[in-house]
Design a protein around this ligand. Structure first.
Ligand code: CA
Ligand code: CA
Length: 193
């Protein structure tokens, strides 16, 4: 039975989906085709992080930022299936897979952040984004495990953290985040370094 989450809620995957070996993370949205004369292109990035001495998430390496320009981590533990430039259709628009068996033991958190490509240059923001969601599926059976429909309306934000997977006491959890920021992908990368 899939769990429908609301903002800030989390689930313990070890309890709600104990057989889960590989998770497919689907993110979706609907957007106008053109805004200010430019395409309106949302991109998902996954930040695969360990924790530093202060308990802050930091990228395990530059190659642990998985996005349209780096489609997987060195051993393929986290992989992106490819860029979607329009968000057309009701299904998942960009999809990643996480293989818990392959994940480095030092990986403690994987954040899924959606940024708006060239937002400052194109003067675009999340105010026109509709029907945004993040869904977790068992990648082996295809079953939906949990989903979160972002209910917040955004305005001037250019990036939104949809959700994150995190490890606590050896068990993976998923949290619905839904937090918007006026940041670029580069800003996020700098923050996670
Ligand atoms: Ca895209
Ligand atoms: Ca869509």
């Amino acid at each position: 039975m899939a769990i429908s989450l609301s903002k800030g809620q989390g689930i313990n995957l070890a309890k709600s989906a104990p057989a889960l070996k590989r998770v497919r993370v689907g993110l979706g949205w609907d957007t106008p085709e053109l805004v200010n004369g430019h395409p309106f292109d949302l991109d998902v990035s996954a930040f695969v992080c360990g924790l530093n001495g202060a308990g802050e998430p930091k990228l395990l390496s530059d190659e642990h930022l998985v996005f349209y320009n780096n489609l997987k981590t060195p051993n393929g533990s986290v992989a992106h299936t490819g860029d979607n430039r329009t968000g057309k259709g009701n299904g998942d628009d960009e999809v990643l897979t996480v293989d818990f068996g392959l994940l480095e033991g030092t990986a403690m958190e994987i954040s899924f952040v959606v940024t708006l490509h060239e937002a400052p240059e194109r003067r675009q923001n999340f105010g026109l984004v509709r029907n945004a969601f993040i869904r977790l599926y068992d990648d082996v059976t295809g079953a939906l495990v949990a989903g979160y429909d972002l209910d917040a309306t955004f305005a001037s934000e250019t990036a939104v953290q949809f959700g994150s997977l995190y490890r606590k006491d050896g068990e993976w959890h998923f949290k619905a985040v839904g937090a918007g920021y006026r940041l670029t992908l580069g800003d996020f990368v700098a923050g996670y370094q």
